[in-house]
Design a protein around this ligand. Structure first.
Ligand code: PLP
Length: 426
């Protein structure tokens, strides 16, 4: 069969874009070639509804081995008793938790989207906000840190059934123990969505959510550096406090309810080629190099944060504990939108982001979110990311000067030659 050049030419153009640019989107990374190879395999042909050993189709003996390997490796990384590796995305992993643990109309608490939370933590435009009652908590205006006192006061007053911690744009670690203590006072479950910092938690460099949270979800493609997808994890299984039953009326443990919520509750056939890629990436995380990678991410984020502060930028919470930082551009008279669009022209990719208590719309925003997992994968160290901050500053301080922007674009291209990306690909 002939190759579809129209599509493959575009794929090659995207490879060039990734190679020649500086990737600072905090939720992106570069999966290894073995991870990418596993995705492009004959496993995509296989239907395997169900779980290993309990499928609705024949011929599943090989994919059973693959999925079991992925589950076992994930259990080893985070010391789990149970995991589900089938969710097609982080949003679906979160939806499965809602379906397993709650009834429509139940009350939940999550970090406000405008303060760094995720759509699936109760935004009115998402299933989580449409079908559940949402009480949002926020961050303290002066410090940018999660307002645990506000969270506790709201939880005591509103008695939610589930409190969600985790975020998409929060640069500090979480006090999971404190949230669990609040949840215990009102009988709520705690769900941690560790999509962003999961790779750093796997490296043992941030607080361990599994010690305190009943259910933990993540994506696999951010700091975990795997294929695009989701996972659900339990360190300890437990009975659902509200006595949820399966469709036949039988009482089930939370792990059983979560399995049922993913399939048949929400998804059909699992993507076994993606699950194979998850298994490959989990193998990488179990390697000796992973801790070094995590340490370098944090060192890079802190070096870059310092470089921005030295140039007079205002960072929310004044710094970072993890892989990202949120910069408030108002003292530089810039919007997030303008900054993102202009940096894009210089082949520096990041995203505009609302800052807490933003006075601009989500389409404009006052801030940018900057993350270092992808450039760390490419081999950058502290001195390199300091140089990247200087390039960003050069663009932002010459925001309407097309000549400066064009010259930075050339600088970026030359700079990135030191950090080859997928050299095995032509
Ligand atoms: N949870 C958090 C905290 C996220 O930041 C994201 C994505 O950015 C998701 C969930 C959703 O992941 P996905 O895009 O795979 O649905």
């Amino acid at each position: 069969m002939q190759q579809d050049n129209t599509v493959f030419d575009l794929i090659n153009k995207e490879l060039d874009r990734q190679r020649n640019g500086i990737e600072l989107i905090a939720s992106e990374n570069f999966a290894s070639l073995p991870v990418i190879k596993a995705m492009g395999t004959v496993l995509t042909n296989k239907y395997a509804e169900g779980y290993p050993g309990k499928r609705y189709y024949g011929g599943c003996e090989i994919v059973d081995e693959i999925e079991t390997l992925a589950i076992d490796r994930l259990k080893k990384i985070f010391n789990l008793s149970w995991a589900n590796v089938q969710p097609h995305s982080g949003a679906q992993a979160n939806a499965a938790v809602f379906f397993a643990a709650l009834n429509p109309g139940d009350k939940i608490m999550g970090l406000n989207l405008s303060m760094g939370g995720h759509l699936t933590h109760g935004s009115p435009v998402n299933f989580s906000g449409k079908h559940y009652q949402v009480i949002s908590y926020g961050v303290v205006k002066e410090t940018g840190l999660v307002d645990y006192e506000d969270l506790e006061a709201k939880a005591l007053a509103e008695k939610p059934k589930m409190i969600i911690c985790g975020a998409s744009a929060y640069s500090r670690d979480w006090d999971y123990a404190r949230i669990r203590a609040v949840a215990d006072k009102v009988g709520a479950l705690v769900m941690a969505d560790i999509a962003h910092p999961a790779g750093l938690i796997a490296a043992g460099l941030l607080n361990d959510p599994f010690e305190h949270c009943h259910i933990v979800t993540s994506t696999t493609h951010k700091t975990l550096r795997g294929p695009r997808g989701g996972i659900i994890m339990l360190r300890n299984d437990f009975e659902n406090p509200w006595g949820h039953k399966d469709p036949k009326g039988n009482t089930r443990t939370m792990s059983q309810l979560l399995d049922l919520a993913v399939f048949p509750g929400m998804q059909g056939g699992p993507l076994e080629h993606i699950i194979a890629a998850k298994a490959v990436s989990f193998g990488e995380i179990l390697s000796d190099d992973w801790k070094t990678y995590g340490q370098q991410i944090i060192a890079n984020a802190q070096a870059m944060a310092k470089a921005f502060v030295d140039k007079g930028y205002k960072l929310i919470s004044d710094g970072t504990d993890n892989h990202l930082m949120l910069i408030d551009l108002r003292n530089k008279n810039l919007t997030g939108k303008k900054a993102q669009e202009t940096l894009d022209k210089a082949h520096i990719t990041l995203n505009k982001n609302a800052v807490p208590f933003d006075d601009k719309s989500p389409f404009v925003t006052s801030g940018i979110r900057v993350g270092v997992p992808a450039v760390t994968t490419r081999g950058m160290k502290e001195a390199d990311v300091t140089q990247v901050a200087a390039l960003i500053d050069k663009v932002l301080m010459n925001i309407d000067d097309e000549n400066v922007i064009a010259s930075v674009k050339e600088e970026v291209k030359a700079f990135m030659q030191q950090f080859p990306l997928y050299p095995e690909l032509s």
